[in-house]
Design a protein. Structure first.
Length: 305
């Protein structure tokens, strides 16, 4: 099967999924399982479904979705072993609007773009920031606005308030993230005399644990994830977000391979549809994320005509 200009992997073959090998770190879940999403039913819109590539219109077709399930509140694994979260609910609602089934593959964040480029997955749903650099090879359907959080131990013993305060300190970060890039830029611009010692981790949880163990002064992560962890880890008295000013605001989006025009436009229209009918606001409220709401679903952060 082909989507756009590349051959695509569809979950008709378990052997194809197994080729990901050690990169697969968790379970798979599909949209035809009982949804833990918004209570409002999301019905198929025939006009939007008709926007899908023809090869995806067969009832038996599933696309594959790459994710990294250690990033609450966007994606995480519940006690039943199911991947849940804000982005999961949102992708589920958009897919239901299109009448399109899918299966998740849980893998390391740093491997996601490579697996998409190799056509081992059809789309990424992993709270990924839409940046100009990534747009060179990928297209984004933006669904949320977020920024960065500096996570520190409760009480902020080092008095860290902003990015410049990280100069000369050890900072943990998720490998392959825009936060890692931000720290590299900080070293080049502000911290040349006292560079940040950047320690990379495969998961956000491991990066945060490095702070808890006293091996790093701070972690740089996305604001929504940092705020969630500050409230949820322990009794809410282990970590706090140090910065009060907005750092590195950027949209987040579902990620597609460059050239999958029909699939991108279909998901953009589906996300806009659930914004317009109130489903989006309901999902945001469920996850306490209304502060980052958007009014228009964009492609590559550009208004749609």
């Amino acid at each position: 099967m082909a989507l756009g200009h590349r051959a695509r992997a569809v979950i008709g073959s378990i052997a194809a999924a197994a080729a990901l090998g050690a990169l697969l770190t968790g379970c798979s879940t599909s949209s035809d399982e009982p949804a833990e999403a918004a209570e409002q039913a999301v019905e198929v819109d025939p006009a939007l479904r008709a926007m899908l590539p023809g090869e995806l219109l067969a009832e038996s077709t599933r696309i594959t979705v790459g994710t990294e399930s250690g990033y609450p509140p966007f994606e995480y694994t519940n006690e039943a072993g199911r991947i849940v979260g804000f982005e999961i609910d949102l992708f589920d609602a958009a897919s239901d609007r299109l009448g399109l089934k899918y299966t998740f593959h849980d893998m390391l964040f740093d491997s996601l773009l490579g697996e998409l480029y190799a056509s081992n997955v059809d789309v990424i749903a992993a709270a990924m920031s839409d940046t100009a650099e990534r747009q060179a090879d990928y297209d984004f359907v933006d669904y949320y606005n977020d920024s960065d959080a500096i996570m520190v131990p409760a009480g902020n013993p080092e008095g860290i308030k902003n990015l410049k305060d990280l100069c000369g300190r050890t900072v943990a970060v998720l490998t392959g993230s825009t936060q890692e890039e931000a720290l590299a830029g900080l070293n080049a611009a502000e911290c040349q005399d006292k560079p940040v010692e950047v320690v990379q981790f495969d998961t956000d949880a491991d990066a945060l644990a490095h702070v808890q163990e006293g091996k790093a002064d701070a972690e740089l992560t996305q604001w929504s994830t940092g705020a969630y962890n500050a409230k949820q880890v322990g009794s809410g008295d282990i970590f706090e977000v140090a910065n009060t000013e907005i750092i590195n605001p950027t949209p987040l989006g579902f990620v597609f391979l460059k050239g999958d025009v029909e699939l991108v436009r279909a998901y953009q229209a589906a996300v806009q549809s659930i914004i317009d009918d109130g489903t989006y606001a309901e999902i945001l409220k469920k996850h306490d994320l209304s502060a980052g709401a958007i009014e228009k679903a964009t492609i590559n952060n550009q208004p749609q005509g």
